[in-house]
Design a protein around this ligand. Structure first.
Ligand SMILES: C=C(O[C@@H]1C=C(C(=O)O)C=C[C@H]1O)C(=O)O
Length: 195
């Protein structure tokens, strides 16, 4: 592979680290990236009105840097859900979730009909759901999720060259589900309202 193609591939893929300190992210962002429980729950505590804006939920080809994480030998078709999590109507997180097509309704019974309900409300509190460790990455401008976040926001807010993200694999019965959360700079302006 030529150096240009290698460079292009590296811009489109991210290096996922198990330690958040590897990112050298701003301390406030590092705190959000390492939120232990449901991100939905925490964002609700930092806003008067929290909303999940569902951008789409359809079948798609998974990204090159997520195939292995969900147990696929190569990028293949998945169920894909992308949303903006809004706090008092300001977009704080762009979230991208993929589920292999081999998953059955008994693996993720509520995933297909979520709409604008938060995925988190179906994952946290389900005794059958097992959550793996968090991974962290810097997404450069060429990464598909950085591009999609920018496209989703349009003129609403300019985005920096680097966006910080985390991802986590969930398992339930024989299913896997990978949630990637891209933190938008506005999350650093949020102030806790509800204890
Ligand atoms: C996993 C969670 O669910 C959140 C809601 C999502 C959705 O509705 O698609 C996606 C990612 C999360 O930010 C959570 O709240 O922690």
């Amino acid at each position: 592979m030529t150096s240009d193609r290698v460079r292009g591939a590296s811009l489109r893929q991210a290096v996922w680290h198990p330690q958040v300190l590897s990112l050298n992210a701003p301390p406030v962002l590092r705190d959000w990236l390492t939120t232990a429980g449901s991100l939905t729950s925490r964002l609700k505590a930092y806003s008067r009105a929290f909303r999940v804006q569902c951008l789409h939920q359809h079948t798609a080809r998974c990204l090159a840097d997520e195939a292995a994480a969900i147990g696929l030998p190569r990028p293949g078709r998945v169920w894909e859900r992308e949303v903006l999590l809004r706090c008092d109507n300001t977009a704080a997180v762009f979230a991208h979730t993929v589920v292999p097509m081999t998953a059955t309704a008994s693996d993720w019974p509520l995933f297909g009909a979520l709409g604008e309900r938060s995925l988190g409300t179906t994952l946290f509190g389900d005794p059958l759901v097992r959550r793996s460790v968090l991974e962290f990455a810097k997404l450069r401008e060429g990464h598909p999720l950085a591009q999609r976040a920018r496209a989703a926001l349009g003129e609403e807010a300019a985005q920096p060259n680097i966006l910080y993200a985390r991802r986590c694999l969930y398992r339930r019965r024989r299913g896997t589900l990978l949630v990637t959360e891209v933190f938008l700079p506005s999350v650093m302006e949020l102030k806790q309202i509800n204890i």
